[in-house]
Design a protein around this ligand. Sequence first.
Ligand SMILES: C[S@@+](CC[C@H](N)C(=O)[O-])C[C@H]1O[C@@H](n2cnc3c(N)ncnc32)[C@H](O)[C@@H]1O
Length: 487
Amino acid sequence: MENCLYYGDNLDILRRYVGDETIDLIYLDPPFNSKATYNMLFEEHDGTKSAAQFQAFEDTWHWDHSAAAAYQEVAERGEKISQAIIAMRQMLGDTDMLAYLSMMAIRLIELRRVLKPTGSIYLHCDPTASHYLKIIMDMIFGSQFFRNEIAWSYKRYTASSKAFQRLHDTILYYVKSDEAIFNVIRNEYGEKSGKADSHYKQDESGRWYRWQKRAGKEPYKIFLSEAGRRIGDVWDIPIINASAKERLGYPTQKPETLLERIIQASSNPGDLVLDPFCGCGTAVVAAQKLGRRWIGIDITHVAITVMKKRLIDTFEPDPNFIVIGEPTTVEDAAELAQSDPYQFQWWALGLVGARPIEQKKGADKGIDGRLYFHEMDGGETKQVIFSVKAGGTNASHVRDLHGVIDRENAAIGVLITMEEPTKPMRSEAASGGTYTSPWGVHPKLQILTVKELLEGKKIDMPPVHQVNVTYKRAPKQKKKGGQPELL
Ligand SMILES: C[S@@+](CC[C@H](N)C(=O)[O-])C[C@H]1O[C@@H](n2cnc3c(N)ncnc32)[C@H](O)[C@@H]1O
């Protein structure tokens, strides 16, 4: 089976596509109900962070119809978890917290179903809801299968408050049965601390060893990897700082080292790893680097676009994955345009590699996306601006775009439309003039239909290698299948 990236709600995807007892390891990092709205920070064309932030997903869950439906379904199962959720409703009332817990419970039930008897699950959360989630996990997986509450501890600057600084996340680790895979991981940190350096030498393959003396017998070799201490449940792993190479600008991106540790401990090469809330894909990239197969699910096109790029950049020339659930036909695209115009917009902009723009900002009025390029290395930064129309379009949209091109001093403006453009629209675009680059003459006003984009038609603009990356490039994997060094 190929590695698979699904666009959609994980509850739906799990039910539709993931069979019973097929997964070896699950890592999930759901939004935390922290009432914050995380913003996507895109790389700005000059290398500084963009001030125009874009909402990648709303980290809030509301008590609404779908939460109530999830609650009802869990409450009616007649299992231990049903009693727990009913009790939680009595405790919490019809609050957003109950909404969050109901949505999590229904998904965790599904996750247990897909896990193999030898499988493990790691639920990444924070103090906002970890205490409630542990009860839910106990009820679904069984308290006898709770293994650890891992504290992922990190350093960061926090706002001053009359409390201790919050410097850890919680990861709840459960197994499906006592047969679960567990590979002991030892702490090799000693070799770098200076203490061990004087005793240990490195052999040709890079492994650290020392000779252990024995009275009256030949000394024998001890490898540090086997001699180190078994790691505990407090993991000191740095967060991804602002200048880290692996940082992609996706909010809540987790460090690969964290995921590598989980994957190494609870799976073996060839095993199948699932991340149902996969964001910018840290778990799936770590899984692939370690020779595991994977399934990733996310509900936003922004996440899917960032992940596709990250996988391609990291594993070129053989990224080896497929995407399911993205529109591949005009009918699919029309369906998306109708059901969710924003998702449609993000998806369409992803097709041309453009960056979505937050709509609320007055300064960006009339622009849905942007793409920057340089005519020559180090030359002036030019921009292509985009307007995306999910529904009906007419000549006034083309005229408006013309006005925005002038206002923004953009090189090219592109109208992406679901519908076929009318004749007046075509002639309005044709009278938009041209932009001359060292590569030739390009129409200043271009109209591209979704059908054309799906058929591979491109914007008429200077060649792609001159275009500055909109999403930051992920560092390429150094050694295929190699085991990364542990902290
Ligand atoms: C905290 S982020 C995960 C970050 C990820 N661990 C990483 O390192 O990039 C949570 C992700 O869950 C996604 N999400 C939220 N609700 C979802 C749902 N019902 N189904 C699938 N994905 C969902 C969000 O779009 C977001 O990308």
